[in-house]
Design a protein around this ligand. Structure first.
Ligand SMILES: [Zn+2]
Length: 140
């Protein structure tokens, strides 16, 4: 695993607005320090560069692991995960209250693989919505 220097980490955090780029939970609302995720994992020759890094909460990063895709339950096809560097969140997901709903095959496999709608997450998001703290950035 390549060391990610302080300056590069700072750039990733600033670009993301301190917001998990997968589930839209703010670092400020999470007890655990966020991870700098290799969108394309190093295992698959993803580079440690600003164009291949994303800010991720520990939950999303842990479930994502070194995966790059999964089989979509609807189409059956091997489908890449949502890529926050090349894709727009709002084109692949939407919020229905606290629930993240998929709009595309990439969205579906990401919701599934990253476990984006676990009960504990839904409860946490419902609480944060009441304080206008979720999602952690404006959606277009
Ligand atoms: Zn997350």
């Amino acid at each position: 695993m390549t060391y990610i220097g302080a300056e590069l980490r700072r750039q990733v955090i600033t670009r993301a607005g301190n917001c998990c780029e997968y589930c839209l939970l703010s670092q400020e609302d999470n007890f655990f320090t966020y991870h700098v995720d290799h969108v394309i994992p190093e295992k698959h020759e993803g580079e440690t560069s600003i164009d291949n890094l994303a800010l991720s909460c520990p939950s999303c990063n842990t479930f994502k692991g070194s995966d790059v895709g999964a089989f979509d339950r609807e189409t059956g096809g091997l489908t890449p995960l949502f890529n926050p560097r090349t894709q727009v969140w709002e084109q692949h997901f939407r919020l229905n209250g606290a629930k993240i709903e998929a709009l595309t095959p990439e969205g579906r496999v990401s919701v599934f693989l990253l476990r984006l709608n676990r009960e504990d997450q839904l409860r946490e998001r419902e609480g944060l919505i009441k304080f206008n703290s979720y999602p952690c950035r404006a959606l277009t």
